[in-house]
Design a protein around this ligand. Structure first.
Ligand SMILES: [Zn+2]
Length: 281
């Protein structure tokens, strides 16, 4: 059995702004926090009945340039780490059908969610909204569909209460969720204590292991329509140059494919191109 863990930072315990993640003392504290959350998950997996069946736990460091999870601090030789940027499947890079479950740790609400701590979708500097088949989606939904391509269900998610509500609306039945904080604004939250969060991780990992055979994959079949609203029209001017993209208006592009992996790559493309034009004038 192989497990995949994608880690973001915005939903990690104790963190309320991107300033806190910058290099230096604060950034190191954030890195230690994501490491602690990962350690609780891995420790609970090791204490479970499936420990002897686990061949690999692949951690995919998926925030910013993928340089957040301290390397070499996992004692277990089955744990491996994907880091660095850019990479074609960014937040889910390395996931394939040989994995049984994918976990999304430290995730956050989609762009525009009221009180969602550091709400955004893939690139806060340039992407205003992403719709797939006319539904507005965030990173957790986008990544769950990519896992679905490999028939891998999402087993557990963690982040704030606003993301929790979004996930309750997206997943039916609900899947194990660890709430790390309650959002009071984009850069403000009521933080939960690490000991409470550790208890919740251990409980939700056990719940995941009890129920994972019933978890459903999120799959999209047939023609898939992607629409992306960029924040400014110059970002759309640039993105509309990519072959296969149709421009719908000043800030919106459309892309259609029957292969979700291409939809995912186009989202990454939009984030990379758009971010080049943030300060362009
Ligand atoms: Zn992030």
């Amino acid at each position: 059995m192989k497990l995949f863990i994608s880690t973001d930072m915005e939903g990690v315990m104790g963190v309320s702004s991107w300033t806190e993640m910058e290099p230096g003392q604060k950034g190191r504290e954030c890195s230690q926090s994501v490491l602690r959350e990962l350690s609780w998950v891995i420790d609970e997996l090791k204490q479970s009945g499936i420990n002897s069946q686990i061949e690999e736990i692949l951690v995919c460091d998926s925030h910013s340039r993928g340089e957040n999870v301290p390397f070499g601090l996992f004692e277990d030789e089955r744990v491996k780490l994907i880091k660095g940027y850019p990479r074609p499947f960014y937040m889910m890079h390395g996931l394939d059908s040989s994995y049984s479950l994918a976990l999304l740790i430290g995730y956050h609400a989609k762009a525009g969610s009221e009180k969602g701590v550091m709400d955004h979708t893939y690139a806060s500097s340039c992407i205003y909204n992403i719709r797939i088949n006319n539904n507005t989606v965030g990173e957790a939904e986008v990544n769950a569909y990519l896992a679905g391509v490999s028939d891998v269900p999402i087993g557990l998610i963690s982040g704030d209460d606003i993301l929790e509500k979004e996930m309750q609306a997206f997943f039916n039945p609900n899947i194990p969720f660890v709430r790390t904080k309650e959002g009071s604004g984009r850069f403000a939250a009521k933080m939960y204590s690490p000991s409470l969060i550790e208890k919740e991780y251990r409980k939700q990992v056990r719940l995941m292991l009890d129920s994972y055979k019933n978890l459903q994959c999120k799959k999209l079949e047939g023609k898939i329509e992607l629409e992306i609203d960029m924040i400014t029209s110059v970002m759309t001017d640039a993105l509309a140059i990519v072959p296969g993209i149709e421009r719908l208006n000043g800030r919106t592009v459309k892309y259609v494919s029957d292969d979700y992996r291409n939809i995912y790559r186009m989202i990454i493309t939009a984030a990379m191109i758009g971010s080049k034009f943030v300060d362009y004038k």
